[in-house]
Design a binder for this molecule. Structure first.
Ligand code: NAD
Length: 459
């Protein structure tokens, strides 16, 4: 059963008692739980993918399968394969002044973790952190977003069925008031994925207890397109990076700066790409997702008046549909240029100096990703040097998310802390410094003990 508002304190107390009992510490226990997650996915593939499709209306099973099923399964399998190695204490060098000793780093669990996930990739962004928390030996409460109601119920009930309910509690019915209640309490670690504004609320609440946090937030990921590129390829990658999941992707393309000389050609190629991907009427395409709620459809549709719509622009509120849209000549005070768009709308801004435009990014909040399209190494290096973001991709977008060898997350306003692969295990662990030696008298060097008389040094 989903944790109820009035049960939060008692649930936290139970998770703490279970943690202190040592129940979740052994390698065998952690492996059993990870295997249960693997089984949960293998045995319920259809239900999980189906729930995602229902929440993000008409999202193609291929998209849902890749991000919400295959990537999570790959992550749990990778974690199971590496678990023994990650749990092993890591020996480190000891300086001569303290030798002979043995020095090592012991990765130990933090305790009781609170994980809160959003609706846009509602399975992946909930289960990947949970895999890390379990692998590192913690107990956890996972709060699923109610905005993706089908996933919340399906995944919530599956977790309860497959996982050890002594050590993992699931909340899948509450909204903002539940988060408000959860963050009042003292957890040993908080992992939050969501917007910058709610991230601030979570951070403030955690600070009262000095609880460490990982905040995976949002932002405006800019794209810079140089003149020296193969425009049709750029247009296809750009259209994919913007319209995947109907633009509701934290690392999705937000707005595009293009050299003015190629703006028109880029728009023409974007038109071709959109038609190639979704046909003449994207509303009838089986490959284009819907907007999560009516509130967001209205918010997005309002922005069409802020510039010249050159591709798309159609809205069907009843179908939660916003067409893949490209807007140029955007008003300087438009929300499209100040707020995270989080929908299938691509503002294009023609500039004559890409490097100068990149320099101006320093004065804006740092995003999760910066995307550069150029075959000129100097331009790429210059833009990398002048910008700051959680990730930097050259002639590509989004794909870094799938590489578990890369740290994933933001910097500055887009978040605190990174995860994926071995780093997820690390962020849910206390890297404890251990130094050990015996009480053997021979090893008890008298030199360090007072009184510090000079004769001692002469002996
Ligand atoms: P959100 O921050 O609006 O909501 C997250 C959770 O907070 C929800 O469960 C919601 O009920 C709750 N909430 C909302 N207002 C609250 C309040 N005042 N007090 C307490 N809780 C409150 O985010 P969202 O709409 O679920 O997701 C979209 C955002 O998440 C985008 O900004 C996106 O960029 C970001 N995101 C980031 C990543 C990442 O990995 N960095 C991934 C996905 C999404």
């Amino acid at each position: 059963m989903s944790v109820k508002l009035e049960q939060v304190a008692a649930t936290l107390g139970r998770l703490r008692d279970v943690f202190h009992s040592g129940h979740t510490l052994s390698y065998e226990y952690r492996l059993t739980q990870l295997k249960a997650i693997e089984r949960m996915f293998v045995e319920n593939q259809e239900a999980i993918v189906g729930a995602v499709q229902k929440d993000l209306g008409k999202k193609h099973p291929f998209e849902a399968h890749c991000t919400e099923y295959a990537l999570v399964l790959a992550d749990v399998r990778h974690t199971m394969n590496k678990l023994k190695k990650w749990m092993k204490p890591q020996s480190v060098y000891s300086p001569v002044a303290i030798q002979p000793v043995s020095s090592y780093v012991s990765k130990e669990p933090l305790g009781v973790c609170l994980i809160m996930s959003p609706w846009n990739y509602p399975v992946n962004l909930a289960i990947v952190p949970l895999i890390g928390a379990i692998a590192a030996g913690n107990t956890a409460l996972l709060k699923l977003s109610r905005h993706s109601a089908n996933v919340a119920t399906t995944l919530g009930e599956l977790c309860i069925k497959y996982l050890d309910s002594q050590a993992v509690a699931i909340e899948y019915e509450g909204g903002a008031s539940m988060i408000t209640e959860l963050i009042k309490h003292k957890w040993d670690h908080v992992f939050f994925t969501g917007s910058v504004s709610v991230g601030r609320i979570v951070y403030e609440a955690a600070a009262k207890h000095l609880t460490p946090v990982v905040l995976e937030l949002g932002g405006k990921n800019p794209v810079f397109i140089d003149r020296k590129v193969h425009i049709p390829t750029v247009a296809r990658r750009l259209a994919w990076g913007k319209f995947f999941n109907a633009g509701q992707t934290c690392v999705g393309v937000d707005h595009v700066y293009v050299h003015k000389d190629i703006e028109q050609e880029l728009i023409a190629e974007l038109k071709k790409a959109v038609t190639q991907f979704y046909g003449e009427n994207p509303q009838t395409s089986s490959s284009f997702a819907r907007i999560i709620s009516n509130h967001h459809v209205k918010r997005l549709a309002k922005t069409f008046a802020d510039g010249e719509v050159v591709i798309g622009g159609q809205v069907d509120e009843k179908d939660a549909y916003i067409a893949p849209t490209v807007i140029r000549n955007v008003r300087a005070d438009s929300e499209l240029l100040s707020d995270e768009i989080f929908g299938p709308i691509m503002p294009i801004i023609a500039v004559d100096d890409l490097i100068a435009t990149a320099s101006e990014q320093r004065h804006k909040p740092s995003p999760l990703a910066t995307y550069v399209f150029s075959d000129d190494d100097e331009v790429v290096a210059s833009i990398q040097a002048k910008t700051r973001s959680g990730a930097f991709l050259v002639n590509e977008c989004l794909i870094h998310f799938t590489n578990s060898n890369l740290p994933f997350g933001g910097v500055g306003e887009s978040g605190i802390g990174k995860y994926h692969g071995a780093i997820t295990f690390d962020i849910f662990s206390n890297a404890r410094a251990v130094v050990a030696r015996s009480t053997n008298k021979i090893l008890d060097v008298p030199l360090r003990y007072p009184p510090y008389e000079s004769e001692k040094f002469m002996d």
